[in-house]
Design a protein around this ligand. Structure first.
Ligand code: CP
Length: 318
């Protein structure tokens, strides 16, 4: 396989499992390759808010000796135009064509966070922001959560499962949970991508109307009865997403699908996972989040080593 050009989904990796193993070795010896990134720079461009991704990616880069530049595009940069051959007489002042080439002169890597609009499904599916930057940049583009994927989160989740779950073929359940705001599908999509490479009995559970993109779900089992799905689970990964078929819609906000200790008691003493941030007592109860089997803080810790492994692959393979 030729060296990775960009990291936009897990499919860009030669082997997500090998990258998770590399993340494990980065965690054991975070500064073991501090010379790899010396005299190189990564630019982190944020079109949306972040706590974990912003800090863990900086930490990962610094562990490898990289310089880091961070810019909030939502309020600090010129508004970017993405359309080709357009008359830029509106509010957008700078075209991706120049922006991507200019940032490429300052940086050896460009990492981008650009969420889904959840109003324009076609544009979201096309990953316009990341793909346009990739088209005009002369350095690799790294996905820090895009419209449809959050692969750095999936790698951190994979590392957390690898470290914590000793059962050979665990039952892993991805469960929808309620949320007052319309949230994207990126985390769920990339978790399913991770499951494509994981030996597990994997079940996706959500209310009717919340089916994810069939092209991503593939042949994985979907169970509309949450209670049934949770029976015997070893890992319960909870996440909200808005409707995909009725794109961007919130179909229900009642608390019937919230994760509670009572529901967790029906599992095989399962670990609880969530990518964070999480709304307490809306998505999951205090009792679930504060329980010894909750892995949410370790997942966030592993974000550093997931990002470090991806950067190390780029730095090693050119
Ligand atoms: N999980 C995650 O991506 O967190 P942030 O949105 O805070 O970066």
């Amino acid at each position: 396989m030729s060296p990775m050009k960009n990291f936009i989904t897990l499919n860009d990796l030669a082997s997500p499992i090998k990258t998770i193993q590399l993340a494990k070795s980065c965690k054991k010896d975070p500064f073991g390759h501090v010379h790899l990134g010396q005299r190189k720079t990564i630019g982190l461009l944020f079109f949306n808010p972040s706590l974990r991704t912003r800090l863990s990616t900086q930490k990962a880069a610094k562990n490898l000796g990289l310089d880091v530049m961070v810019m909030n595009f939502s309020n600090e940069a010129w508004a970017i135009e993405y359309e080709n051959e357009t008359i830029m007489s509106g509010l957008r002042s700078e075209h991706t064509k120049e922006a991507a080439q200019v940032v490429s002169q300052y940086c050896d890597f460009i990492a981008i966070r650009a969420f889904a609009s959840l109003t324009d499904q076609k544009r979201d599916e096309e990953e316009v922001v990341l793909r346009k930057f990739a088209a005009f940049a002369s350095v690799p583009i790294i996905n820090m959560e895009s419209a449809t994927a959050h692969p750095l989160q999936a790698l951190a989740d994979g590392l957390t499962i690898e470290e914590q779950v000793t059962i050979k073929q665990p039952k892993i359940v991805l469960s929808w949970a309620p949320h007052p705001k319309a949230l994207p599908h990126a985390v769920a999509n990339s978790f399913i991508g991770l499951m494509n490479h994981t030996k597990a009995d994997f079940v996706i559970t959500h209310p009717e109307g919340y089916d994810l993109n069939h092209a991503i779900v593939g042949n994985h089992k979907v169970e509309y009865n949450q209670e049934k799905a949770l029976e015997g689970a070893d890992v319960v990964y909870v996440k909200n997403w808005c409707s995909y078929t009725d794109y961007g819609a919130i179909l229900r906000t009642d608390n019937k699908w919230m994760m509670t200790r009572e529901k967790m008691k029906q599992t095989n003493d399962a670990f609880f996972m969530h990518c964070l941030p999480i709304r307490r007592n809306v998505v999951a109860s205090d009792g679930v989040l504060d329980h010894a089997k909750s892995l949410v803080i370790e997942q966030a810790n592993n974000r550093t080593f997931a990002a470090q492994a991806v950067l190390q692959e780029f730095l090693t393979n050119g």
